[in-house]
Design a protein around this ligand. Sequence first.
Ligand code: NDP
Length: 291
Amino acid sequence: MTYISVLGLGAMGQALAARLLQQGHSVTVWNRTAGKAASLVAKGARERSSAADAIASSDITVICVLDYAAANSVLDGAASVLAGRAIVNLTNGTPAQARATAERLAGLTASYLDGGIMATPPMIGGEHALILYSGSKPTFDAHVGTLEALGVATYLGADAGLASLHDLALLSGMYGLFAGFFHATALVNSEGIHAGEFLKLLGPWMTAMMGEFPGYAEKIDSGRHGVNVVSNLAMQAASLENILTATREQGVATNLLAPLLELFRKRDGAGHGDEDISGVFELIRRRSGAG
Ligand code: NDP
């Protein structure tokens, strides 16, 4: 049994605390606004009236609040008790925010794990919940048994920014997929075809197209985008032109796909039309010396 505190009892904090209680841990909870702990207290949690009291009463503290501004204000209020404590921050933020918090806590001799939750609250504790961690490896190793109860716990490295970087990258992939879904559906919906009906075609098509990813990944990693004799960039730029022309003709907004056509044209115009479309990666990748 681990003595663990959960700070922040929004939808996610509630789910995390409930799961930890279900696993038999000794759970202390705190929330900025009172009145959110009742159901957890009924299940055995102890409520504290300050974040500092909650942190001081546990081996490890999980913070899960709206954003880093909120997380930092929680830490500000508890600065006097942070020395020697283990803090796991599952609040969504950027790599730079995670690194700044790690540096600040290192200065207070607290150990810090940053985390990215790849799950919705009802998924916590289920087989599809994934939580990415980075930062203090000794803290991860000491508490992985407890953290595994929340979701598959994956440690990405000592740089505290890595969990957030991967979290945001995975979400970027998701939003790109959603953007394709929205655009495609708007196109057929312009003729009154229902989204649910169209999904019967779109779902398997998108799944099949994900089969292209390993080939793209290989080309991106090697930096060589080859000569594509099957579906080269110039051909795909022409068909993307057609898609956007048809989109305008159907009275549908082009916002979601227009930036991709711009990149296709740019790469084609630079003499890479016979290559794979993975070459557009070269237009967006981080330039050496950037960042
Ligand atoms: P909610 O909006 O449900 O809850 C927000 C929580 O943050 C509340 O406990 C709120 O306290 C607290 N809070 C906000 N501002 C402050 C502040 N200045 N000081 C102290 N506490 C503050 O959000 P969720 O619980 O859903 O999300 C929490 C984190 O988990 C977010 O970073 C979110 O991105 C991440 N996450 C959420 C997922 C989801 O599907 N819900 C999925 C993956 C990650 P109060 O009650 O006092 O307002």
